[in-house]
Design a protein around this ligand. Structure first.
Ligand SMILES: [Zn+2]
Ligand SMILES: [Zn+2]
Length: 166
């Protein structure tokens, strides 16, 4: 029991106000370093700008860690990953538009004479050799014989034909 009493006595001697302050300071520095590491990770995720990264580091290293709230105010709202997703989304929209254009160009039509299925870029029907395309008299662009109006210059194609007959 003697030993135990001495141990308790020593224990109370060790735990002094000084030690308490030291522990508090150590605790403070651990939090500070954690916040610096977190800010470093967070800012490199959010921006590639070296200036912003250094500014964020300055805020948490040279001002106290409590200034991390200032960092939260000035940091870019979106992470690089979120920006990347946004870009992919925009590119998908663009791709969708391109695909629609392609689909439009590949639109299947039917030969007016033999009902054979044709691709819109065919100039003659592969089945009955009917001429499918002509050139607009006004703008010289290739247009389908079925069209009533040239889609490039808005000239009436059917009227041109009637004029030819006269
Ligand atoms: Zn045909
Ligand atoms: Zn035309």
């Amino acid at each position: 029991m003697q030993n135990y009493d001495e141990f308790l006595k020593n224990f109370y001697n060790i735990i002094t106000f000084d030690l308490f302050i030291k522990l508090l300071v150590i605790y403070f520095f651990i939090i500070w370093i954690s916040i610096i590491v977190w800010v470093l990770k967070d800012i490199t995720n959010r921006t590639n700008s070296l200036l912003l990264q250094l500014l964020s580091l300055f805020i948490v290293v040279f001002l106290t860690p409590f200034w991390v709230f200032l960092y939260l105010l000035i940091r870019p709202g979106r992470t690089n990953l979120e920006k990347m997703y946004r870009e992919i989304d925009d590119n998908l929209d663009l791709l969708s538009t391109i695909m629609k254009d392609k689909y439009w160009n590949c639109e299947v039509t039917i030969c007016p004479k033999c009902n054979y299925k044709l691709s819109s870029d065919f100039k003659y029907c592969p089945e009955c050799s009917t001429k499918l395309k002509t050139n607009c008299k006004s703008c010289k662009k290739e247009i389908s014989l079925n069209w009533k109006t040239c889609p490039y210059c808005s000239k009436k194609v059917k009227e041109e034909k009637d004029e030819e007959k006269k």
